[in-house]
Write a protein that binds this ligand. Structure first.
Ligand code: 2PG
Length: 252
């Protein structure tokens, strides 16, 4: 067994109000629903049962990730650990699809286009104009991001590019201290991180989905390569079923 000095836990937020309504969400700051809150608490219990107590937390700036982390850490009695938040861990900006119904979009544009927008590596949805209904152009939390860097739509490739500086500059230094690092984020920002960690190809990342609320443990060697490719879900059975559900969203 290879030496694994670093422990990284990835946790996608629990089910949100818009996950349940089957709406494209992206940067829209929707809350967890009751099921999502329960998933978050269960996520914290799984951490505690596994003896995986985070020493430091990184979250996106979106409340579904922030609340998931708070509920999980409360359940594991670790609410006191230091935290850093960054827009670089935000969900993929879904452009003009934000706020749209997934089933209606599938029916209108057909399966090929729908899946291209959802999962292709390098085809972003159309841009969302500043000031449009579901735009974040006036949101004060993004005021420090220069206008030309602020996403108006993103494909997964764009997420990899904006997420990686945070991985190298903020998360890796925390791993180097030897503590257990918890990253609470989103389906597509975590797909971007998993792509990087496991070296998943642009083709294979299309088929990779991350379930809500189930901690995914990566043990990393001295070069930050996973000792077990793909990591290990703390509840593998639940993860399997939930991954299928994410894959089939829209097909109702
Ligand atoms: O709507 C979204 O922002 C994401 C995650 O919930 O959806 P999808 O899985 O379709 O990329």
């Amino acid at each position: 067994m290879a030496d694994a000095p670093y422990k990284l836990i990835l946790l996608r937020h629990g089910e949100s109000e818009w996950n349940a309504k089957n709406l494209f969400t992206g940067w829209v700051d929707v809350n967890l629903n009751e099921k999502g809150e329960k998933e978050a608490v269960r996520g914290g219990e799984l951490l505690q049962d596994a003896g995986l107590l985070p020493d430091v937390l990184h979250t996106s700036t979106l409340k579904r990730a922030i609340r998931t982390a708070n509920l999980a850490l409360d359940a594991a009695d670790r609410a006191w650990i230091p935290v850093q938040r960054s827009w670089r861990l935000n969900e993929r900006h879904y452009g003009a699809l934000q706020g749209k119904d997934k089933a209606a979009t599938l029916a209108e544009f057909g399966e090929e286009q729908f899946m291209k927008w959802r999962r292709s590596y390098d085809t972003p949805p159309p841009e969302l104009a500043d000031g449009a209904e579901w735009s974040q152009s006036d949101d004060p939390r993004y005021a420090a991001i220069p206008s030309e860097l602020r996403p108006r739509t993103e494909c997964l490739k764009d997420v990899v590019v904006r997420m990686l500086p945070y991985w190298y500059d903020a998360i890796v230094p925390d791993l180097l201290t030897g503590g257990t690092v918890l990253v609470t984020a989103h389906g597509n920002s975590l797909r971007a991180l998993v792509k990087h960690l496991d070296g998943v190809s642009d083709e294979d990342i299309v088929g990779l989905n991350i379930p809500t609320g189930i901690p995914l443990l990566y043990e990393l060697d001295a070069d930050f390569h996973p000792t077990t490719p793909g990591g290990r879900y703390l509840d593998p059975e639940a993860a399997k079923a939930a991954i299928e559900a994410v894959k089939n969203q829209g097909k109702k």
